[in-house]
Design a protein around this ligand. Structure first.
Ligand SMILES: *Cc1c(COP(=O)(O)O)cnc(C)c1O
Length: 397
């Protein structure tokens, strides 16, 4: 203990701030949405102090997992970190597929390499670590699959109790995966919205901590590390365009938050990327709101798509996704299931990379956007493989 106060802080977390009304809260107790207006809370840090130790040289000498950015993550005590080595995924050039669709600088951030084979691991490693640090012993999550399996794995790793509420259309392989990690699997008898209602009401009754998308502030913190890594892997430059498949929107929110923090710390400068949100034709609430020039998205009825990560009929982060896409001069693209499937196979054949349907949608979007002139052939375009293709078992029917 002696002299411990002389060590630089592991985290420079200072407060939580509402993304809509600006109300602030102490970060050292559990929070979900803003108590004043019901909107999404963001974690804030003392970035000037973080920048003193998070230098380019210091970062380069740390292990390449998302915890290398610990100064701007919420966990205060390194002993509380629950890790399976998440993050530190490769940014792979796609020369052959890029040439097929006319893009000479197409890169894929391969999130399928994460524990449980999707980028959901990032958010849940950070959220489970922080919840455990604040005394939580049992947690719940509604999911179409990937978030559930990630929670199940990190809860097992931490020795905590996990309750996963799976939508009826969750791929069977993911249900088996959750059970294998010892999670309590609850079938929702409904789609994702119903799973969410059940997760929140049972958590309220039983005292579990509910980790629903954007209803606690720390899954986004894990996901923002994708933005830190892309910047670092491009030599502290940002790409021209990012193409991301959107369900609940935490990926896009996290990336945008990362760019703001990186700029404030002086780690990047210049223009930020144009952000392209990709949705399934059969579940496109954000695309519809973008086309209507609306600030919020109406819930989508009759969700129909193979891609489990895109089966989000509504998200409480709708206003933030729409703001980001507009502010960045980006756009929203929809892709049909047949195109997702064909593109997924085309990428696998051209590049040796087996990607999920959600990721297939981003490559299809890249092709369409080059055809319409939104993308120039020599722009640096980063697409996200949000999950491995190996996780799709059973979804095509
Ligand atoms: C959850 C998920 C998405 C959507 O993620 P958001 O960042 O919440 O919009 C995309 N792809 C896959 C594979 C997912 O599991």
């Amino acid at each position: 203990m002696e002299g411990r106060h002389l060590l630089p802080a592991y985290s420079h977390l200072t407060h939580l701030e509402c993304s809509a009304c600006g109300a602030t809260y102490s970060p050292d107790e559990l929070h979900s949405l803003c108590r004043a207006c019901g909107k999404v809370l963001y974690a804030r840090y003392d970035l000037a102090r973080a920048a003193e130790t998070m230098t380019v040289a210091a970062l380069g000498a740390r292990p390449f997992s998302l915890w290398r950015y610990h100064e701007v993550l919420p966990v205060r005590d390194p002993a509380q970190v629950v890790s399976l080595h998440e993050g530190g995924t490769p940014l792979l050039p796609l020369p052959r597929y890029g040439a097929e669709i006319g893009l000479s600088r197409l890169l894929a951030k391969d999130e399928g390499r994460n524990p449980t084979a999707s980028f959901k691991a990032r958010g849940l490693s950070v959220a489970v670590s922080r919840a455990a640090e604040l005394g939580v012993r049992a947690m719940a999550i509604p999911s179409t699959g990937n978030a559930a399996s990630a929670l199940a794995a990190y809860a097992a790793r931490a020795g905590l109790e996990a309750h996963v509420f799976l939508a009826d259309d969750a791929p069977p392989v993911m249900q088996a995966e959750c059970a294998a990690y010892g999670a309590h699997v609850h079938l929702a008898n409904g789609l994702l919205s119903e799973a969410g209602r059940r997760s929140r009401s049972e958590s309220g009754e039983r005292g579990w901590f509910d980790l629903s998308t954007l209803r606690e502030p720390y899954r986004v913190e894990g996901k923002k590390t994708m933005g830190y890594e892309v910047a670092e892997q491009l030599g502290w430059e940002l790409p021209d365009v990012i193409i991301y498949p959107t369900g609940g929107g935490t990926g896009i929110l996290g990336l945008w938050k990362a760019f703001g923090e990186l700029e404030a710390m002086g780690l990047v400068r210049g223009d930020w990327p144009r952000i392209v949100s990709v949705q399934a034709e059969g579940c496109a609430p954000i695309a519809r709101a973008f086309a209507e020039n609306a600030d919020h998205a109406r819930p989508w009825e009759n969700v129909r798509t193979f891609a489990p990560g895109l089966r989000a009929p509504a998200t409480i982060g709708d206003y933030l996704i729409l703001q980001i896409v507009r502010e960045s001069r980006g756009t929203v693209v929809t892709v049909g299931d047949d195109e997702m499937r064909e593109t997924r196979h085309a990428v696998a054949r051209a590049e040796g990379l087996d990607v999920s349907y959600e990721s297939g949608a981003t490559y299809a979007a890249a092709r369409k956007l080059h055809a319409t002139g939104f993308l120039q052939g020599d722009e640096t375009v980063v697409v996200f493989n949000t999950a491995s293709g190996l996780k799709q078992g059973g979804t095509e029917g």
